[in-house]
Design a protein around this ligand. Sequence first.
Ligand SMILES: [Zn+2]
Length: 275
Amino acid sequence: MSYIQDILSEYTRMRDNGLETKAALQALRPHIESLDQTQRAELAALIRTWESRPSASAPPPAAPVETGDSEPRKHAVIRPIARPAEPEPAPPSGVPTQPMPDINWVKCPHCGKPNQQHEVFCYACGQLLEPIKGGGATKHFADTSSDVSSEYFGPDSVLALRVRGSSEVFEVRPQTADHEIVIGRSSSGSAITPDIDLTSKQAADLGVSRMHVALRYEPDQNAILVSDLGSANGTYIGGQRLLPKEIRVLRHGDELRLGKLMMIISFRHPGKPAG
Ligand SMILES: [Zn+2]
């Protein structure tokens, strides 16, 4: 399989497992950005085709209306999105008019052409458009009344992940990365490799996906945010499984489990005196 196909297959897997377009692209960003213009346009076309497949735009099935069993089930009608209709009749006075939803435009960083905010790639040149920060995601931030210091991750802090039963520690500084830190495993069948590769920790046997979980630094909150990348066997923090699209704050001392592979999280703050 080509690199483009590898990226596409990870993308569709994440989308099939409940991730939003932007979250999936964000996780794949370093891989997409390593493509040249032609490859990127090719990937954009493949993603567009996949996204426009009939099942993608069909609404979830509504509860069936009892019409008798003899009538065959009709196929769902796919309606065009945001088709400008005939001018609406003036509403009766006293009824507030529904304001038209604003269309937000995003300027392509490559060619400068305006694109609608929900677009993934520039229509003009195929450039990946900037994902909206935290867009569409459900955030479950930790209770602020609990110990705040265990959540604190500052500009100088270091994140250490130790696999249980192993002395090896993976240290990362997500605040210096220009992309999310993806934890997973490599596989001989795919060119996609994660930032933290757990292959040597029996990751495949323990049910870790190639792109399992994403970590990112949130400077406004001085926190590390975690989200599952539609992994087959789930991501757990302190025994609690992350829901699709859920974003959680990682804390010092957390047990982060990918499938059956357990990691202990610790934060180091080199600038701060111990104690
Ligand atoms: Zn462009």
